[in-house]
Design a protein around this ligand. Structure first.
Ligand SMILES: [Zn+2]
Length: 212
């Protein structure tokens, strides 16, 4: 995966960083630890941008492509202290002084990254009017049914395993999602696939009846 977009949380480093965050002191700790003279590698720069964006979320100014779960988690840290807002601004400023991340974006074409950073700066400046961004939810993984090609709800995903045993080719098993109804429509009624769900109570009562 690595980097999948120009926004603050659209890379693995930022995603891991947010995952491990426990409170605003983690943000302050990272941002205060920056040394202006140090060699600035891309992951550190990505962490600093993510930390600064967390501060923007604490200001109730989340950016584009921010996942609802991230915004919810960070908002619980409360309103940021003025020192934290300052540290976030300084952190972004330090990232923009140069380093590996900027070189990588310059090579790849930096306009989207530059736009994302500009947006972050604006969101860290409460005097600039904030245009709300819609929070996003991770795309639901939907797979097409092998019979009708319409999506199968992941909640009740049924997978059909087709085992091909042939002398000509080595045997393979192919697993395909499908709707139970689509599968059964294709079968002789004598062979339709039965699927029954039992609750724990059902099983208990069944066992009790078997015992008696
Ligand atoms: Zn189907």
């Amino acid at each position: 995966m690595g980097t999948w977009g120009p926004n603050s949380f659209e890379n693995d480093t930022a995603a891991d960083f947010v995952e491990e965050l426990e409170g605003s002191s983690d943000l302050q700790g990272l941002l205060d630890s920056i040394e202006y003279e140090q060699d600035f590698e891309a992951p550190l720069a990505e962490q600093i941008i993510a930390a600064a964006d967390c501060v923007a979320i604490m200001l109730d100014r989340p950016g584009p492509e921010t996942q609802r779960a991230t915004a919810k988690k960070i908002a619980k840290f409360g309103k940021p202290a003025p020192e934290l807002v300052d540290a976030a601004k300084n952190g972004v400023s330090r990232v923009l002084m140069g380093g590996e991340l900027l070189d990588l974006w310059a090579e790849a074409g930096a306009s989207d990254f530059n736009a994302a950073i500009t947006g972050l700066m604006e969101r860290l400046n409460p005097e600039i009017t904030y245009e709300p961004h819609e929070l996003v939810d991770p795309a639901q993984l939907t797979l097409p049914c092998m019979f009708c090609d319409k999506p199968v709800n992941p909640e009740n995903l049924l997978e059909l395993a087709v085992h091909i045993n042939s002398k000509a080719v080595s045997s393979t098993t192919q697993i395909r999602p499908c709707h139970l109804v689509c599968l059964n429509k294709a079968l002789h009624p004598k062979h339709l696939i039965q699927y029954w769900e039992y609750t724990d109570e059902d099983i208990e009562s069944l066992l009790a009846r078997m015992d008696s």
